[in-house]
Design a protein around this ligand. Structure first.
Ligand SMILES: Cc1cc2nc3c(=O)[nH]c(=O)nc-3n(C[C@H](O)[C@H](O)[C@H](O)COP(=O)(O)OP(=O)(O)OC[C@H]3O[C@@H](n4cnc5c(N)ncnc54)[C@H](O)[C@@H]3O)c2cc1C
Ligand SMILES: NC(=O)c1ccc[n+]([C@@H]2O[C@H](COP(=O)([O-])OP(=O)(O)OC[C@H]3O[C@@H](n4cnc5c(N)ncnc54)[C@H](OP(=O)(O)O)[C@@H]3O)[C@@H](O)[C@H]2O)c1
Length: 372
């Protein structure tokens, strides 16, 4: 059990970082290798790393300049009560992407006229979704906002979780991550996700401290080496399955392994292709891929599940464990429906019995999800 946690994080460094997507891809996903001895931070495959990210220093400087603060002003951290300079607080402790309605009340108390955007609740809620702290400061230009009041009114910067993509049996002094770089346009400017920017761009190799701790999985772990596993992991959902397969190789596991991977284009977005195709060559892995944008019609992992429904049903009937990782909002639900259809078609079950069957698999911990 690791002694590191949110209030006492381990400070790792990034040893290596490279794009898993091609330079002409429509997205950017990075492989990030953190340098840290396994004995300092024991973990199991299926666990995640919680990263305490830093905000982009440019954003912090823009806020300080807008408010005419130097950044050296000492403030008391509202959570820990420790004293630190405002700049450090804004970099490491404050959520600068989202404001709370309390922050807006404070602005008006500090001499800023109420902006029409914020006059009624509906408009206010929309504004809260589409404006960051700097946007609000620019709209309001508060004249009497003190550094401490600013610090007190910001939401805390929360840790971000990343599935561990390596096995400590193969890489005892490293933790690998698969990080999708998030960017979006808001208020006419390109903005990026705080932690994905920090890991993929902001942090310097070998020097920037990456505060982290291990977030143990809630049962998302390998079965015994003789059991067969079916892994469904489109996009970054494949990360823990790279770790699972490394570990199964190290254990010389006899159980069968079947991976369903999906991304946009085979030529640009096939993460870890050499590793997975080598395992296929060694007859260690059965691999089915769904490249959604390589043809006019979308093909997703659930279509591949249906296509191989008879075989998938056989694996399940012979006791295989089923794992799903990646997008919670749509993918995991669509995969669940595909599994229901497979149980109806190949198990000859009614829809209701198919649902009960999946429920039982979950109860037996043979159908495990790690979705976000
Ligand atoms: C258990 C677990 C494991 C995970 N594993 C991985 C992993 O292996 N790899 C991985 O890449 N991620 C993983 N994630 C997701 C990861 O934790 C982060 O949520 C993700 O990287 C985004 O964080 P961020 O700080 O970069 O973005 P944030 O700064 O948190 O930004 C995200 C926010 O940006 C806003 N936003 C996004 N798009 C738009 C838009 N178009 N317009 C306006 N606002 C927008 C939304 O408010 C959204 O909530 C995992 C999550 C969990 C819970
Ligand atoms: N909230 C959102 O709208 C949204 C959108 C994208 C990603 N995300 C989040 O961003 C993070 C990283 O995403 P990621 O880069 O790992 O990959 P991803 O965006 O999840 O995409 C991976 C693959 O899954 C496909 N996909 C899209 N919808 C699907 C569905 N309903 N069922 C099965 N596959 C589907 C994508 O196809 P296409 O892209 O061609 O459709 C792509 O080929 C995740 O947390 C994810 O939840 C959120």
């Amino acid at each position: 059990m690791s002694t590191y946690n949110r209030t006492n994080p381990y400070n790792a460094r990034i040893k290596e970082r490279y794009l898993l997507t091609s330079p002409s891809s429509t997205k950017q996903t990075y492989h990030v290798t953190l340098d840290l001895p396994a004995q300092d931070l024991p973990f199991a495959v299926g666990d995640s790393v919680a990263i305490l990210p830093q905000n982009d220093p440019h954003t912090v400087e823009r806020i300080l300049n807008t408010l005419h603060f130097s950044g050296e002003e000492p403030i008391s951290d509202p959570k820990t009560k420790s004293t630190l300079p405002l700049r450090s607080f804004l970099l490491t402790k404050a959520n600068l992407s989202k404001a709370h309605s309390r922050f807006l009340s404070l602005l008006s108390e500090c001499g800023a006229p109420i902006h029409p955007l914020l006059e009624d609740k509906e408009r206010l809620n929309l504004a809260l979704l589409s404006h960051n702290i700097l946007d609000f400061l620019r709209l309001h230009e508060p004249t009497r906002l003190s550094p401490q009041k600013l610090a007190d009114s910001l939401l805390p910067l929360m840790p971000r979780f990343y599935s561990i993509a390596s096995s400590s049996k193969v890489f005892p002094n490293e933790i690998h991550l698969t990080v999708s770089f998030l960017s979006y346009v808001q208020q006419g400017e390109t903005r990026h996700g705080v932690a994905s920017y920090f890991l993929c761009r902001g942090a310097d190799l070998e020097s920037t401290s990456i505060p982290l701790y291990i977030q143990p999985s809630n049962g998302f772990c390998l079965p015994s080496p003789d059991d067969s596993i079916i892994l469904i992991g489109p996009g970054t959902g494949v990360a823990p399955f790279r770790a699972f397969l490394q570990e199964r190789l190290a254990d010389q596991a006899k159980g069968r392994n079947w991976l369903f991977f999906g991304e946009r284009h085979r030529a640009h977005d096939f993460y870890y292709e050499p590793f997975f195709t080598e395992l296929v060559k060694q007859n260690f892995l059965r691999l089915d891929t769904a490249f959604s944008r390589d043809q006019a019609e979308k093909i997703y992992v659930q279509h591949k599940l249906q296509e191989h429904g008879a075989s998938l049903w056989d694996w399940l009937q012979s006791g295989a464990f089923l794992y799903v990782c990646g997008d919670a909002e749509k993918m995991a639900k669509d995969v669940d429906s595909a599994l229901e259809h497979i149980a109806v078609k190949y198990g000859d079950l009614s829809s209701e019995d198919a649902r009960l069957y999946l429920k039982r698999l979950r109860k037996e911990k043979r159908y495990l999800l790690d979705v976000y």
